[in-house]
Write a protein that binds this ligand. Sequence first.
Ligand SMILES: [Zn+2]
Length: 129
Amino acid sequence: MRPLRAHAPHELRTDLLERARAAAPREACGLLLGRRTPDGIELESLAELPNRARTADAFELEPLDVLAAERAALASGREVVGAWHSHVDAPAVPSVRDLAGAGYGLSLVISLRANELRAWQGAVELELA
Ligand SMILES: [Zn+2]
């Protein structure tokens, strides 16, 4: 598969970093809404979902939460194009556990330590513009 490009508006990046800070020391997580274009993925907004993981350095989405967010996205004419979560004290790179649980094409990882966002499709980094 050809690597995708993702475009995230400035306000969306700021929002993600703020949510990551607010959730620390736990990881924040949720879904990314937007649309697919011939060039890649246009991110438009996010849905933050409860982190059901029992440990601080992990995240876990509950299927019923995901379903409700998908329904809300469809009702507003948007599509779930990926998922996002934060790392408090690790780089913005998917962990082995993240890779095992990756269900969506696009995975955005926020690192509070590095103060950055990076986009992934599995273990392949995407261009984030
Ligand atoms: Zn992670």
